[in-house]
Design a protein. Structure first.
Length: 271
């Protein structure tokens, strides 16, 4: 048996030992795979808990609900309004910690009230290599990380997802909209909506992996370098410039480095 399937067996053994689990489910590649495997193994003892907030696009919420319905998985939707968390709006470097601690505390309470022993989240082995303050909250609250425990990488999760016939196997990576703002810039519901609409326009234009990062009045577009010609050809650049300025951005730029996870962390010294 090859390594990736050995890791899947290790994941299954880990989940069996948990016995029952509430999976923090966002409809992304990782949490979809984790939820599928957990539900296949544990049945009704595996439930999904999905956060509803202004930093989580409606399309992701709808995809999460549709997946649970199609798989016969019980889903509980919890309101998690990050902007009400003290300090969150100021976008400090530990913003993700503040959010995850609030969210996982709520999920842990939901699990307990439903007779579920553990809460699990979908970080993978690759997440160990970046600045991820949210993982501190995961550790403090005793949240389980089965994919990391099984040493599964993103590429391996995509491979196994494809084998399971999951629609997310080639889904672009996604992170909450709050991650689009340079640290120290105030986050508001209005700005989150601007980012959501800007990214949706890029997706509607056929771009696959997108980010619209915010630096004051400047929107910095990230797409894969292979898709640069699509922006620069014809009227696409002019259309994007016009649309994003209508949303409220004064300037619109294309990042020549292309899409990359955690690009805002470049501004942090020593990280």
């Amino acid at each position: 048996m090859d390594t990736v399937h050995q890791k899947k067996q290790a994941l299954e053994a880990y989940l069996r030992d948990l016995g029952s689990v509430a999976v923090a489910f966002s409809s992304g590649v990782d949490s979809t795979f984790l939820l599928k495997v957990a539900h296949d193994l544990l049945g009704e003892k595996a439930i999904a808990v999905t956060a509803r907030s202004c930093s989580f696009p409606k399309r992701e919420q709808e995809e999460a609900s549709a997946f649970c319905i199609s798989e016969g998985i019980r889903q509980i939707v919890v309101d998690s309004e990050e902007l009400s968390i003290e300090g969150f709006r100021q976008n400090p470097v530990n913003r993700c910690y503040l959010c995850k601690r609030e969210l996982f505390t709520k999920i842990r309470d939901i699990a307990a009230s439903n007779g579920i022993a553990f809460v699990a989240e979908g970080s993978n082995l690759d997440d160990n290599g970046d600045y991820r303050p949210g993982l501190q909250a995961v550790a403090e609250l005793g949240i389980k990380s089965p994919l990391r425990e099984a040493q599964l990488t993103k590429a391996e999760i995509r491979q196994l997802s494809k084998e399971l016939g999951l629609p997310t196997w080639e889904k672009p990576s996604f992170a909450c909209l709050a991650s689009r703002f340079v640290y120290g810039e105030t986050i508001s519901e209005e700005k989150l909506a601007m980012v959501d609409k800007a990214e949706q326009r890029l997706l509607d234009m056929g771009f696959k992996q997108v980010r619209v990062r915010v630096h004051g009045s400047l929107a910095r577009i990230e797409v894969e370098p292979s898709e640069f010609p699509k922006i620069l050809a014809g009227d696409a650049a002019a259309e994007l410039d016009r649309y994003l300025r209508e949303l409220g951005f004064a300037y619109v730029s294309l990042d020549l480095g292309g899409y990359r996870t955690g690009s805002m962390n470049r501004t942090l010294s020593g990280i």
